[in-house]
Design a protein around this ligand. Structure first.
Ligand code: MN
Length: 129
């Protein structure tokens, strides 16, 4: 059994209830949490803090989560940070769009801790990091 790695996880989510849940789950798994409520702040924080992983809400005011992901993936300093897209829209097109934007994984909300932890553990252990 592989040992789970701990890291700093940036959560970008505009909905307060979803943010509280995501923060709680991530902290309970032993990770450090950084948070931002819009994409612009999140991208700036990702560039300055270089988190180990990002949980990216897709639907955000202003720049959306997929635009923000594409921006981070296009810059050498942030391209290797794994991004998990979080969306309420459990649609096939949404999953494909998140893959095209460069997201490493995709989770439909509401968050289920088993699925979230599995995705986080898998990406933190990825040899690409
Ligand atoms: Mn949202």
């Amino acid at each position: 059994m592989k040992k789970a790695l701990m890291g700093t996880i940036l959560i970008i989510e505009d909905n307060p209830a979803n943010m509280r849940l995501a923060e709680l789950l991530v902290r309970n798994a032993g990770h450090e949490v950084l948070s931002a409520v819009d994409a612009e702040t999140g991208v700036a924080l990702a560039r300055s803090a270089l988190p180990d992983l990002i949980l990216m809400d897709v639907q955000l005011p202003g720049m959306d989560g997929l635009e923000a992901t594409a921006l981070l993936k296009s810059a050498p300093a942030t391209a290797a940070i794994p991004v998990i897209a979080l969306t309420a829209l459990a649609m096939k097109a949404d999953k494909e769009n998140s893959r095209l934007a460069g997201c490493d994984a995709y989770i439909a909300k509401p968050l289920r801790y088993q699925e979230l932890y599995a995705a986080i553990d898998s990406l933190l252990q990825s040899p690409a990091r």
